[in-house]
Design a protein around this ligand. Structure first.
Ligand code: SIN
Ligand code: FE2
Length: 202
């Protein structure tokens, strides 16, 4: 689906990978996931509440609290994470061409004032697998840096239906979301932005 990807600092960005109906289908597929594994507000290891709310699907879910950043087999409520919807797995297969499927899908929800500071995704066991991000709803200003902290960065607005592959030499490149343009999309009834990140965690 969509156009060929553009490359920015080693990330492959597929603008408009998902058309409107595909985005709506994905939201519908996520609804039971969010019901079974409600969004929660994560706390950093230093005790700072994050501005995004998050949950996961798959065998493992990424969590953070006072005990640190890690993957866990259970939602904080003690239940298993729901399965990753097939429509989500199809995106992974489509943009990576890999037979190996991700075992974890982090679901981040950004309200009007949420952001995500520059970070590396490095809690996975094997960095040879890419991380794939899928954006739904309001636009988010995505900043891409370097494989080490600091230095020049580039930013690009990610819109609903955009997909980013963070892999290869850029697998450990710093990235984050500076802000969202609340209300820029009508996909989510209450506004805001959902970002899915698919990972092979272990
Ligand atoms: C993340 O890096 O975990 C999220 C990136 C995004 O929201 O686009
Ligand atoms: Fe990340």
């Amino acid at each position: 689906m969509g156009n060929a990807p553009v490359e920015l600092r080693g990330f492959r960005i597929w603008k408009g990978y998902l058309d409107g109906p595909a985005q709506a289908g994905l939201v519908a597929a996520l609804r039971p996931v969010l019901k079974a594994a409600p969004l929660f507000r994560p706390v950093t290891p230093r005790g700072q509440a994050m501005s995004v709310r998050m949950t996961s699907a798959g065998e493992l879910g990424w969590v953070t609290d006072r005990k640190g950043y890690r993957y866990e087999a259970l939602h904080p409520s003690g239940t298993s994470w729901p399965a990753i919807p097939d429509a989500v797995l199809a995106i992974w297969a489509g943009v990576t061409g890999l037979e190996r499927m991700p075992d974890s899908c982090l679901i981040n929800y950004y309200g009007a004032d949420a952001r995500m500071s520059l970070h590396q995704d490095k809690d996975e066991e094997d960095y040879s697998w890419p991380v794939v991000s899928v954006s739904l709803g309001d636009d988010g200003l995505f900043r891409i840096g370097n494989t080490t902290r600091g230095g020049k960065t580039d930013s690009i607005w990610l819109g609903s239906g955009d997909v980013v592959v963070m892999g290869g030499d850029a697998r450990l490149t710093y990235h984050g979301i500076d802000r969202i343009r609340f209300g820029s999309s009508r996909l989510l009834p209450k506004g805001g932005r959902i970002n899915l990140t698919l990972r092979v965690a272990s």
